[in-house]
Structures are given as structure tokens and as C-alpha cells.
Write a protein that binds this ligand. Structure first.
Ligand SMILES: [Zn+2]
Length: 270
């Protein structure tokens, strides 16, 4: 084994371990077939002077847009074409650490290997740029393909504003508590397109998790575990809904009063 940027850096290693742990969950849940899904985490808080002094191990690469709040920020990014199941075991061979350059429009890879980041990097970085601008403290973005939530997106009835939010919140009290902003919806767009990135950025103004019609979800979180947990509780509710339907009935769902009681008891934003 060669040297790693993680050697002797316990806090950074712990953060990368969390990313690997979540990548394993995505695979185990059946949400990450082949190279599906992406994780991008802002790790700037773990970057010391020695990391800042590390030379580039790639040529300078354009992001494709200018993101003014990302100057000098560092990210761990899943590699293009890499599999979540491999990232789970060998994060530094299936992802890389990048440094955003002073022009805020380009980056270099600095560690451990010159693994080219995901083709979805511009849309992930645009969300990170917005989080810094807002001072939200959000550090992680996750895209994955949760089976039940994608299945529910194949019915127009569910795609109206907050229709799914209300159904999913009403399946089990914890979903409202642990995904308190609900689930946004982005109508179908070509994967990797500028329109999809733009619509996602816009919907994330009001939600932490957004459903991409007939594709998957995109979540932001304070860290990668927080982003995963919100997808996980929504997915749990979707499974309960589908189990009720499979048993042949429409689930009753918690009443409006029961949900309002949750909001009061746990001081929820909605
Ligand atoms: Zn996808």
C-alpha cells in the first residue's frame, strides 16, 4: 500500500469512513446498481496546511461553470464509472480529493490517485456553492436510486406539490420528525443535463431531499450520514405504503391532527 492522505489524520479518515459506510448502505439497499449514484462531500474543515501544500496530481480541469463561493474548498468525490460497492471497501481507489482553484471555475485532483470525479460533479458542486452562500452548514450531497420512491414517481398523481410528502409523513411518525422538510419533486429531465441540475438546485431551496421523476433522489445533508438518513426514512415510509397496497387496501395514514401534534411536540418546521 502506498501513502494515503488519510495517514495520521484521524478526523479526515473518520469522515471518509462515513462516506464508505454510506456507499455500502446504498449498495446493500439495492439503490446503487452498477455505477449508479454519487456522493460529494465538502471536507475543507479537515484540511491542514500540509494538504494545502500538496501538489496537483492531475491537469487543471474546468468545472463547466463559475461557482464563486468554492474558492479554495476541498471535496471528496466519487469517481466517474466507479461502483458504490467498491467505494464502500476502497474509498480512496474509487473516489478522489479535489481542490477548487482561485478562478472558482476549475479544479485539480490532489489525492490519493488521479481518479476522475463523477460526470455529475458540476451539479453537485453547484449545490455546495449555494450551501456556502447560505451559510447552511450542509456539507454532503448524495444521489441514489431508491426502488420504492422511484416506483412511486411513475404515477402523476404523486408528483403534485407535497402530495408524496403528506403520504410519506403519514405512514410512520418518525418520517416527519427526521425528514422535516418533506420530499420535493423534479419532473423528468435527461440525466446529467443543465436543466436537471438547475431544477434540482431550485427545489433544494425548500427541501433537503428531492425526487427525480423516474430516476432517483438527490439529497443534501449536514454530513453524508444525515443525507442518507433522510432518504432512508422516506424510503421506509414508501415501503410501508406499498406493503399496504400489496395487501389490497389504501393505508389510512396518520390524521392531519396526529401530524400537527407531531409538529408541536417536536417543534418541527412544517
Ligand atoms: Zn442516477
Amino acid at each position: 500500500m502506498g501513502k494515503s492522505i488519510l495517514d495520521g489524520r484521524q478526523a479526515l479518515r473518520k469522515e471518509i469512513d462515513k462516506i464508505a459506510e454510506v456507499a455500502g448502505y446504498l449498495w446493500q439497499n439495492g439503490w446503487a446498481e452498477r455505477n449508479g449514484g454519487n456522493i460529494t462531500v465538502n471536507i475543507t474543515e479537515f484540511v491542514d496546511d500540509a494538504i494545502k501544500a500538496l501538489p496537483a496530481i492531475s491537469e487543471v480541469k474546468p468545472i463547466g461553470e463559475t461557482l464563486p463561493h468554492l474558492q479554495g474548498q476541498y471535496f471528496f468525490c466519487k469517481g466517474t464509472g466507479k461502483r458504490m460497492r467498491d467505494l464502500a471497501r476502497w474509498p480512496m481507489d474509487n473516489g478522489s480529493v479535489i481542490r477548487i482553484l482561485d478562478d472558482c471555475a476549475s479544479y485539480v485532483i490532489i489525492a490519493d490517485h488521479a481518479v476522475q470525479p463523477t460526470s455529475e460533479l458540476p451539479s453537485h458542486l453547484a449545490v455546495h456553492d449555494r450551501q456556502i452562500e447560505l451559510g447552511s452548514g450542509y456539507k454532503a450531497t448524495v444521489h441514489t436510486h431508491p426502488i420504492e420512491l422511484v416506483a412511486m414517481s411513475h404515477n402523476n398523481h404523486f408528483l403534485g406539490k407535497d402530495v408524496l410528502t403528506k403520504i410519506l409523513w403519514s405512514m410512520i411518525p418518525e418520517t416527519k420528525a427526521f425528514c422535516p422538510l418533506g420530499l420535493g419533486v423534479v419532473p423528468y429531465q435527461l440525466p446529467g443535463s443543465v436543466k436537471l441540475a438547475h431544477d434540482t438546485l431550485s427545489e433544494l431551496e425548500d427541501y433537503d431531499v428531492v425526487l427525480w421523476e423516474k430516476h432517483g433522489v438527490f439529497a443534501k445533508g449536514t454530513d453524508v450520514m444525515d443525507a442518507f438518513d433522510q432518504i432512508d426514512v422516506l424510503s421506509k415510509s414508501a415501503k410501508i405504503y406499498l406493503d399496504c397496497k400489496a395487501m389490497g387496501y389504501e393505508p389510512t395514514g396518520m390524521s392531519d391532527e396526529q401530524m400537527a401534534e407531531m409538529s408541536r411536540a417536536f417543534n418541527l418546521p412544517r
